[in-house]
Write a protein that binds this ligand. Sequence first.
Ligand SMILES: *Cc1c(COP(=O)(O)O)cnc(C)c1O
Length: 659
Amino acid sequence: MALCYASSIVHTVHGHFCYLRGHNLNQPHESDWDLEQSAELYGLERWGNDYFGLSAEGMVTAKTLNSSVALMDIVDGMTERDMKMPVLLRIENILDAQIYRLNTAFANAIEKVNYEGRYRGVYPIKVNQQAQVVEEIARFGARFSHGLEVGSKPEMIAALAMLEEPGSLIICNGYKDQEFIDLGLQAVKLGFKCFFVIETTTELPIIIERSRVLGIKPLIGVRAKMNTQVSGHWNTTSGDRSVFGLTATQLIEVVDRLKQEDMLDCLQLLHCHLGSQIPSIQEIRSGVIEACRYYTDLMKEGASLNHIDLGGGLAVDYTGARCASEQSRNYTLDEYCEDVVETLKQTLDEQNIAHPTIVTESGRATVAYSSILLFNILDTTHFEPVSLPGVSTNEPNQLKNMRAIIEYLTADRVQECYNDAHFYRHEIRELFKRGATDLRTRSVAENLFLDIMHRIISLMATLERIPPDLANLKESLADIYYGNFSLFQSLPDIWAIGQLFPIMPIHRLNERPDRQAVIADITCDCDGKIDRFIGDPEPTNTLPLHKLIEGEEYYLGVFLVGAYQETLGDLHNLFGDTNVVSVRLGNEGGFEFVKEIHGDSIADVLSYVEYNPKEMQVRYRNTAERAVREGRITARERQQMINTFNTSMQGYTYYEKES
Ligand SMILES: *Cc1c(COP(=O)(O)O)cnc(C)c1O
């Protein structure tokens, strides 16, 4: 309650301030803002998958069945533990819940349509390889025999060490050399259901040979090249030109070779992966039908198939739009499972083929929800007039003409006034360039210009048709909020592929967010910005945010970042890994910090690019010592400088506020 009270005071002050300003681009302030409006504005219920809510105090909460904790409480806990922003927050219960939901949804679908096989999920390590994540999936997933999918030797090693449940599946994709194959064969001997999925015909002879040498029968799968074209970002995984999978001819070659070696009984799995983030259920269905055709004919060829692995592709609805567009999906988890199971049953029943174990390799949908990137805002830039001094005696005519615009500015003359303001501002800039007017006059002109633009924006709200020239005016005057994070390190897909993630403040949600902003990171790179946000229904170019309060932190959260973001990130400007905190929500509303990892220190990132921190310290000390010798600094000053240098070397790479 105390908090509500405090913010409403600020509100009044803020409202008053806006009123004085008169013409900013934001709505006049109203005090009747409530939580539901925040929930609607930021779309929490559309994308949150029931994991996030709002508290009466205006804070975002993380929710599980019996518990709900404000993210701000977790932030406070981090501050007490000296965990600085930015922080990647993982909520283990959400990860567990996603595994539970996936396995339960398949179990329900199987029961509903009387499917005679079962479901076995595997988690593809590449989607988030962090030990904390894989470990938790292995631990919680054991009750469902949830396995792992690996695409390289390091991932294989991780899987072998993490999985304890012997019946669990390990699906080996990717190129496999002898060492990789030996690891897999030994895993079979240990009791794991470790499948080699053959993606190129060159792997088969090595598998056959190593199996002879080690005396262990392999479990073999084949990856079929899919013709079903899917939409979305990742569509090149499918279709004729896909680099993955065996063609019909190669499949026949594999079958013949295995037959020759008397090993056709080892071929027990068919693998089909259509791509990631498949937005449309129709495409998934048609992929399953194609997979069934391969399955049926391989059975007729004499293979002993008993697993059908449909790969990844289960999408996350990042925008909450619930439609078949790139960053969304037109189906629910239950529909996905039912459609897959039902299509398999119908198609295979027609051919009288026994129902295989269904395997899926859902990565994105498993891990996306459980991670949130939290950061604080360091500063803002507003594009608004700061002061409009009265007319002075010797103003140039251009400035007088600019002032006059305000007199004839009406809704039906916005385009004309817009043109005139640009013209006179240009004239004054030219005068300034030639030395014909001074810096103060130019400053007045720039402020007048902004004032006119904001008046135009207010008038535009009443227009039926916005002149095309003015279409982006509002965005061009949006605030810039500077966030304490690196896009390149923590949200690489925003930069690389224009990915959208839900972004919102995690507190003050019972106040009207009356600024429109874009977000810049601290890399000083013009690409290091976020200027596209989820919207309802279309994405928007600005995000509604609150005005900063002097002396108070303002925290934003980027949600659904658990998949694909952490290890793709790079060291742009040498900003390193962020701090990471894993929490587990308790049953009665509390929470517990279960794991924490301090992010890279400056010494860490420097050594990644082959600097030697010890040697650097010696060099800096020598430079300082020379200055002492030459009488430019004292020995005491030298020591101070060396201490600052060495402390900084051990510190965090991000912006640290002195506490
Ligand atoms: C990347 C990948 C996955 C994961 O896909 P999601 O869409 O994230 O579930 C699964 N299988 C294979 C073979 C992959 O390459």
